[in-house]
Design a protein around this ligand. Structure first.
Ligand code: G3I
Length: 477
């Protein structure tokens, strides 16, 4: 397949001609549900970040390859560059699985995020069951890092050099490396990687470090100390294996404090898991969560990009690790984009009107909530120092359906809406109006619909005190 980036350089153009050509290309390579959308990778590039996905060698053909190569411009091998795959016997290397990912990436004009060089998990038996002196183990580590980075020199842009070195309380994980070599194994791994490929960006990567807290503080102190010692660390990866509705409110501020140490930051393994089965409300919350993470990254100049840990529920790692949970990715098990996909696209600056329709287009807002039962609005906010994400659910308490809706409220403290999903939100001074999109205009009797938006605030951010739905006042919770 010719990539959109390659196409751009071939036709040497921009604007309408490029968009038309891109749309035509996408139309033949991805499922029809989002055939007309600009790919996430192009939206991300326009924002100065990359948009990546984890991919396993088993996904390099068919629909998964088609979507991955079209929508994403960075790929992280799910397992193929880990120690147990790469060096199954001491000193004997198995490059083929990792090479297959690199070949795919090159064919689709994607960059590669190497994952990973040193970790406590997915180590070969010869290493975990061997009995090595400290010096010998140190040599094994340095040789493995050197050989792998050398093999992929010039082909891997970012390396997760050390993965998951922390306990939840911010102390160092008691693993093979730390127990025998002490904390210096981390600096030594980074030095070996730098020597092998001076151009590669070298990252420390971990999970449950997205918000501020003990583990994040541990990582912060380590990065600060590595920088002070002159250890060649370029970035910090925040895996972001998140739980529905639990995007930390301190995520952006936390990214920024690391960036202020003089390193890049990246979201490296994003997914948002939920109790299954999913339903419309959970999928909407998930969309809001994904959008919030994208916005947190975009809000930090040194945030290099975002990688999702698999883009489809069909192959996600979540259900096998967390029984009863899943539906964590942007696409469902049938490779159809979910509301989270649309939310990411919108957060990256794409349009709001091409979300996959779930019902026929409806007429413009006209009818009040039928049957006299009125309406109820729930308004929830995730807030940081200068901005917030709002989730709004509108319930039709009437006995007749609403066909087309317009929800109005006042932002009395000067809050300013910057972007929205699942509604068009316009603002004139303090007056704000949200109207339905083509696919969510109908609210059945007793039913509800949800949308969300991001906004800036300063001074104060009180919740609106009143909402009207098609001119009828709603109760507020
Ligand atoms: O390849 C074998 C197959 O031959 C065998 O039949 C099957 C039976 O269980 O296992 C297959 O290997 C599995 C492998 O994924 C490939 O699918 C392993 O059991 C399984 O443990 C392994 O899981 C990987 C996991 O890391 C291991 O910790 C996931 O795919 C991978 O997505 C996950 O990725 C990690 C990141 O590297 C670090 N951060 C957390 C993230 C999620 O756990």
């Amino acid at each position: 397949m010719v990539s959109t980036r390659a196409l751009r350089s071939v036709i040497g153009g921009s604007g309408a001609a490029l968009l038309a050509a891109t749309a035509a290309l996408v139309a033949v390579t991805v499922p029809s549900a989002h055939a007309a959308d600009p790919p996430l990778r192009d939206l991300a590039a326009a924002k100065g970040v990359y948009m990546g996905t984890a991919l396993m060698a088993s996904e390099l053909s068919g629909t998964s390859a088609s979507i991955a190569g079209t929508q994403f411009d960075s790929v992280t091998p799910g397992n193929e560059m880990k120690w147990d795959t790469v060096e199954p016997s001491r000193g004997t290397y198995n490059w083929a699985p990792g090479d297959s990912i690199v070949t795919f990436a090159q064919a689709h004009d994607m960059q590669v995020r190497g994952h990973n060089l040193v970790w406590h998990s997915q180590l070969p038996n010869w290493l975990t069951s061997g009995s090595f002196s400290n010096d010998e183990l140190h040599s094994i580590l340095v040789k493995h890092v050197t050989d792998e980075v050398t093999h992929y020199k010039g082909k891997v842009v970012h390396w997760d050099v050390v993965n998951e070195p922390f306990n939840e309380d911010g102390t160092f994980r008691q693993d093979l490396w730390y127990n025998q070599l002490g904390v210096s194994y981390i600096a030594d791994a980074f030095k070996a990687a730098r020597a092998a490929d001076p151009a590669a960006k070298l990252y420390l990567n971990d999970y449950n470090v997205e918000g501020t807290g003990a583990k994040s503080d541990g990582m912060y102190n380590l990065v600060k100390s590595l920088k002070q010692q002159g250890v060649p660390i370029d970035g910090v990866g925040f895996q972001a294996h998140l739980i529905l509705g639990q995007v930390p409110s301190t995520f952006k501020a936390n990214l920024q404090r690391f960036a202020d140490l003089g390193v890049d930051v990246a979201i490296t393994e994003l997914d948002v898991r939920m109790q299954t089965p999913s339903d419309a409300g959970k999928l909407q919350q998930q969309a809001n969560d994904y959008a919030a993470v994208v916005n947190d990254c975009l809000g930090v100049t040194r945030c290099a990009g975002i990688t999702v840990w698999g883009f489809t529920d069909a192959t996600s790692w979540v259900p096998s690790t967390f029984p009863g949970q899943g539906a964590a990715t942007l696409y469902d098990e049938n490779y159809q984009p979910k509301p989270a996909y649309a939310a990411v696209r919108t957060a990256l600056g794409g349009g709001t009107t091409t979300t996959p329709p779930t019902s026929p287009p409806t007429s413009p807002p006209t009818t009040p909530p039928g049957g006299g039962g009125g309406c109820a609005v729930s308004y929830g906010v995730n807030q940081w120092n200068t901005g917030f994400t709002a989730n709004v659910t509108v319930k039709n308490n009437g006995s007749a359906p609403v066909n087309g809706w317009s929800l109005k409220w006042t932002f009395a403290s000067g809050q300013t809406v910057t972007q929205a999903w699942n509604a068009t939100v316009s603002q004139s001074g303090t007056a704000v109006t949200a109207t339905n999109l083509s696919y969510n205009g109908a609210i059945p009797a007793g039913g509800s619909t949800s949308f969300g938006f991001n906004a800036d605030w300063s001074g104060g951010n009180p919740a609106p005190t009143g909402f009207t739905l098609n001119g009828t006042a709603c109760t507020v919770s």
